[in-house]
Design a protein around this ligand. Structure first.
Ligand SMILES: NC(=O)c1ccc[n+]([C@@H]2O[C@H](COP(=O)([O-])OP(=O)(O)OC[C@H]3O[C@@H](n4cnc5c(N)ncnc54)[C@H](OP(=O)(O)O)[C@@H]3O)[C@@H](O)[C@H]2O)c1
Length: 325
């Protein structure tokens, strides 16, 4: 499939507005299947991949590196620094054991993920830590350059640190990173953007119909990459429609769609996120190739039409107060 490609990062390869995030890779059992998921995204037309040393408890970058061996020049890659997985969960054997446990008891995912989060080393934003992280990421990814290098969950102080800025600028000059910015919780990202720091030219944050932040960030001059459509908006809107069957029927008539059909609501919400972050990248993640292909069809305006997404935007707008938890 051939998705429209845009020159989103000024000095990089043209890329797709839909990006695949590597957090779901951990849910997949074998290394081969994980690479196949990345290939599935590529075959569906996706050309941007988002990762971090922390994802997959340290393994996501290595799996992405395996995929990049043949595809590096055709795709763009974001990775981050500042949060390191604990040494214990960087161990492949420990990861294999965690995956086996999750295979038997998927309900333990939240418990294991919380445990790994609590053990992770947060906020290592010195220039030295950034250099070590960058070197390790380049090695794991098997590449000589990162298209976008983000401070992972920084605060205002981290994002404005002059030693970090000098380091980042030096790496841009060397060509190891092509652009840099910040990714994390919106309240922090907003402070960073409002301060007008050089690290706020590229911002990655949550944005969807229930948390519409992107226009504010764009007005402050940021290039935006957004996420959380499925994880946050989909369950809330879906449950709300279940509780309001009359409204669901009215919307179905207005849209000419069956909202109970698998994937239809997900497609409309992703369509909305892509419309909101017009010109930027919208990230999603899935451990299922059928869902990856479906998301790509949304980006291609094939799964739902532009008009249906616009009509859905008009229907849902007056309900946002009701929907917000
Ligand atoms: N600080 C940061 O910069 C930051 C923070 C968070 C995320 N991110 C990036 O953004 C990426 C996306 O993360 P996200 O938080 O936005 O996740 P998301 O894409 O909103 O949600 C992912 C979840 O949605 C499910 N899903 C996918 N397609 C679906 C569909 N059609 N219907 C129902 N469920 C579906 C997936 O489950 P299945 O596997 O079962 O399909 C997965 O559990 C991450 O991988 C990461 O790269 C960055």
């Amino acid at each position: 499939m051939q998705m429209n490609l845009l020159k989103i990062f000024p000095t990089s390869t043209p890329t797709s507005r839909l990006g695949y995030g590597t957090t779901s890779l951990m849910a997949v059992q074998s290394g081969q299947e994980r690479v196949q998921l990345l290939e599935c995204a590529y075959d569906a037309g996706i050309r941007h991949y988002d990762t971090a040393p922390y994802y997959g408890y340290g393994e996501a970058e290595m799996v992405l590196g395996e995929f990049l061996r043949k595809k590096r020049d055709q795709v763009t890659v974001t990775t981050k620094f500042g949060i390191q997985p604990p040494a214990m969960v960087r161990n492949r054997l420990v990861n294999q054991l965690a995956r086996k446990i999750l295979g038997i008891a998927p309900s333990l995912r939240a418990v294991l993920s919380k445990k790994a989060q609590s053990l992770s080393k947060r906020g290592s934003f010195s220039a030295e830590a950034a250099r070590t992280s960058l070197e390790q990421s380049l090695k794991s990814l098997g590449t000589d350059r990162i298209d976008l290098f983000l401070l992972h969950e920084p605060n205002l102080h981290d994002a404005g640190s002059s030693e970090i800025l000098e380091f980042l600028e030096r790496e841009v000059t060397r060509g190891t990173i092509l652009a840099y910015g910040c990714g994390g919780e919106y309240s922090m990202i907003r402070e960073i953007a409002q301060a007008g720091l050089p690290t706020s030219r590229w911002l990655q944050f949550e944005d969807h119909v229930l948390a519409p932040h992107v226009s504010e960030m764009r007005a402050l001059g940021a290039n935006c990459i957004t996420y959380r459509t499925f994880l946050k908006a989909l369950p809330v809107v879906s449950q709300w429609l279940d509780a309001n069957p009359k409204i669901r029927s009215e919307w179905e008539v207005a849209l000419g769609l069956n909202l109970s059909q698998d994937g239809v609501l997900a497609a409309l919400l992703l369509g909305l996120s892509m419309q909101a972050n017009n010109g930027g990248i919208v990230l999603f993640s899935s451990s299922r190739c059928d869902r990856i292909r479906h998301a790509a069809r949304v980006a291609d305006e094939e799964a739902v039409s532009r008009e249906q997404v616009q009509r859905f935007a008009n229907l849902i707008a007056p309900m946002i107060k009701d929907l917000s938890p």
